[in-house]
Design a protein around this ligand. Sequence first.
Ligand code: SF4
Length: 88
Amino acid sequence: MSIQEASDLWQQGAACRGPNQMIFFPPPRLERRSDKRRREQRAKEICGSCAVQGPCLEYAMGIREQHGIWGGLTENERREVANAANGC
Ligand code: SF4
């Protein structure tokens, strides 16, 4: 199985598929801090009930995804995890 096929498989179980997708990424316009906090909290709640949270986070960390919430972590939180793992 190729990496792409493995990725496609876990993405089929993603709880964020469909209309909820929008809240996992910042909007194109400026976002107020309070709106961002609410949006991220809602996305994290969905991630918390997602059957593929582990593979999703592993994928995002593996490709160093720079944008959005993946596996229940924001981009900044993923960066902190990566830095901690690298001893930074
Ligand atoms: S963990 Fe979150 S971002 Fe990842 S697939 Fe599930 S709902 Fe989507």
